[in-house]
Design a protein around this ligand. Sequence first.
Ligand SMILES: [Fe+2]
Length: 291
Amino acid sequence: MTPDMTKTPAVTPFFDQRSNTISYVVQEPDGPGCAVIDAVMDIDYAAGKLNFDGADAIIAHIKGHDLRLDWIIETHVHADHLSGAPYIQQALGGKIGIGAKITEVQDTFGKVFNEGTEFQRDGSQFDALFEDGDTYSVGNMECFAMHTPGHTPACMVHVMGDAAFVGDTLFMPDGGSARADFPGGDAGQLYDSIMRVLALPDDMRLFICHDYGPGGRAIAWETTVAEEREKNIHVGGGKTREDFIKFRTERDAQLAMPSLIIPALQVNMRAGEIPRDDEGDMALKVPLGKL
Ligand SMILES: [Fe+2]
C-alpha cells in the first residue's frame, strides 16, 4: 500500500495522565467521518471502580463537531490501561478493530488467567480483525493497517492519509521504543517493524501512543518519519539490529510490570468488555506467579 500524502486528516489528541496514554480522534479531510484510536477507560484499581471521564471527553468532541464514528481502533492489546472502546461504541456506534494476531494474545493470556472454554480465542469479540495491508475507510479516506509485531504479536500501525498511528512501536525520538519482553514479544521483530515504519514517507506525521516526558520536558505526541530516523535514541542515526536487540533485552530485564497489567489484559483481550463472575457481576482475577 502507498500512503496518500495529499490527504491530511484532522487529528485531536486526548491525554490520559494516569497511564500516559494519548488517544486520538482522526477526522477525514472533507467530511464528518472519523476514527478513534486507543481510547482509555480509567480504573481506580485499589477501589475497584471504573471511571469514564476520558472516554466521555472523546464522545463530547465527536458529538460537538457533528462527526460520524466509523472505526474504533486498538493498535494492540494494551497492558498499561483498559480500553474505552465498548463504552464509546455504545454511545456512538462504529466498528472495533484490532490486529488478526489477537488470537495468539488470547491464547497466551487465556492460559495465564485460566479462562474456561466460554472465553473464545478466535478474536470474535472484535468487529474486525486486520491482516497486514488490509484497507478500510474513514469517510472517504482510505486507510490501511501494517502488521508491526515485536512489542506484542498483534501490534498494528494504522496509516490514514499523511498520518500514521504507531501504537507502541516507537515513542518520541527522545523516548525511544516500547519494551519487547511481554509474552509473545521479540526485540528483533520490533526492530524489523520499526524499520517498516521508518520506510514510510519522510514527512509522514507519526502519532505515538505513550509519552512520559523524559528529562522533565512537556508531554508530546507528534513527530515525523524523518525526525525518528535521524534522532530516535534507540534506533535512529544508523544503529544496527544487533545493537538494538542487545540494548532492548538488557533494558527490559530491569523494567517492572505496568501497574494495571492484570486488569488491563483481562479486559482488553475481550475487546474492552469486563469479565463476569458466576453471579454475573463484573469481576477481575489476580493470578499469582503467572506473569
Ligand atoms: Fe503497549
